[in-house]
Design a protein around this ligand. Structure first.
Ligand SMILES: Cc1cc2nc3c(=O)[nH]c(=O)nc-3n(C[C@H](O)[C@H](O)[C@H](O)COP(=O)(O)OP(=O)(O)OC[C@H]3O[C@@H](n4cnc5c(N)ncnc54)[C@H](O)[C@@H]3O)c2cc1C
Length: 381
């Protein structure tokens, strides 16, 4: 292991691996917990993670967490994916956690961070049907009224909304100025009148993402997070951490797809020898192993830098992590499927799941083309 973790962090990694083996070690259990593989998150498992205190790993102690940092959170995110622990909802929860830590009032922090500690899942939505990569073009609006805000419009692609306690919604509160002005963040509690959550079927099944429709949806003043009109700046302050969160999840997916491939090619015999001994497969595996080590170094190095300088914006580094991690997970999963032949394509093995996860990684959280635009811009291009 090239990354230098503290003894506590090593113990945390081992504990997560043990938990995965114990609670979701076989496919049958995973299918039972996820309604036949159609639910990315099992609330039963989330509750267990909360009871262990792990969901508060990077929440400050005064809000009931363990006060860890980005490295600790990355360890959890990687470990959840690596162990195929059905708790995908922790990804968006971690993103929302960061936004409230940065911009929440004391009451908002107590409520939001305390809720996460206890096992709440949280969602965030920027995307709209007409506003994807160009987030600043969003039109879903919230109007100021006496005592609160009234939301109208549509959001889309909201991960985990169906199981979330709140949906942190990025809305337009003012049409004056340029497109990045007049944007605000508003937390809408699940079940609020005027908010409809409608699932969008995807390759991952019927419960991955959702459309959200707002029709005269009223929320009180304290639903506003941070400053009205300052939402773009608030989003930018958090997107870097968001990218590292996604990158850490995809590091775990990449490692799991790699491990599953390695196990298979050592076992499977053709022409009287293990297929992994054929140079065509061996070299691909060696390359992927090397790339994985590079990725792990990059991610934990950037996470450690964030812990050292939490207020610095690591735009280039965080985009590099997201780009590399999701591209590599996709490659390793597709390589794995090819190396497993027909068995990789069958539902009997997990490789098809890794491939489906791999395919979407370069699309969400800002597409990888957009990550390259950001990296290019930091290089003066
Ligand atoms: C499974 C899943 C989960 C998601 N979860 C969430 C969520 O929880 N919250 C949320 O807000 N959103 C979420 N999204 C939305 C996701 O962030 C968007 O899909 C993504 O940002 C791309 O937007 P788009 O799909 O509208 O594609 P578009 O923006 O229309 O892009 C289409 C293609 O054009 C390329 N392109 C666009 N502009 C440029 C450019 N300037 N330079 C180069 N290429 C460009 C893109 O890279 C892409 O290949 C999710 C999406 C998926 C599929």
């Amino acid at each position: 292991m090239p990354v230098k973790f503290t003894p506590e962090q090593e113990a945390f990694r081992e504990a997560i691996a043990d938990f995965a083996k114990r609670e979701v070690g076989d496919k049958e259990t995973r299918l039972r917990l996820t309604n036949g593989g159609t639910e990315p998150t099992s609330m039963e498992i989330v509750k267990k993670l909360a009871d262990l205190g792990w969901l508060g790993v990077s929440i400050p102690e005064q809000y009931g967490g363990s006060g860890g940092g980005m490295v600790d959170q990355a360890i959890l995110l990687e470990g959840v994916s690596l162990g195929m622990i059905p708790a995908a909802g922790y990804g968006t929860t971690a993103i929302v956690q960061g936004a409230y830590e940065r911009f929440g009032t004391e009451e908002q922090k107590q409520a939001m961070l305390g809720g996460i500690n206890e096992g709440n899942i949280e969602a965030i939505v920027m995307s709209e049907p007409g506003s994807g990569s160009d987030v600043g073009s969003l039109t879903c609006k919230a109007e100021k009224v006496d005592g609160g805000w009234v939301l109208n419009g549509q959001k889309t692609w909201c991960s985990n909304a169906q199981i979330s306690a709140n949906i942190l919604t990025i809305v337009r509160t003012d049409t004056e100025g340029n497109k990045h002005q007049g944007i605000s963040m508003i937390g809408v509690p699940a079940g609020t009148d005027g908010m409809e959550v409608r699932p969008i079927p995807t390759l991952a099944g019927p419960h991955e993402v959702n459309d959200i429709f707002f029709t005269d949806c009223f929320v009180p003043d304290d639903a506003l997070l941070g400053e009205a009109g300052n939402g773009w700046m608030q989003l930018m302050a958090g997107l870097n951490k968001e990218r590292l969160i996604l990158a850490s999840m995809y590091l775990g997916i990449a490692q799991r797809a790699f491990n599953d491939t390695l196990d298979y090619v050592k076992e499977r015999q053709q022409f009287g020898r293990p297929i992994g001994s054929f140079q065509a497969l061996k070299h691909t595996i060696a390359e992927n192993a090397t790339e994985l080590e590079c990725l792990r170094l990059l991610i934990y190095d950037v996470a450690a830098q964030i812990d050292e300088e939490p207020d610095r914006v690591f735009a280039k580094e965080a985009s590099m992590c997201k780009l590399k991690s999701t591209d590599l997970a996709k490659k390793i999963a597709l390589d794995g499927m090819q190396m497993m032949g027909g068995y990789g394509y069958s539902l009997e093995y997990d490789m098809e799941k890794h491939v489906r996860a791999g395919l979407v990684g370069p699309i969400f959280g800002g597409t990888n083309e957009i990550q390259k635009e950001i990296i290019g811009a930091t290089l003066g291009l």
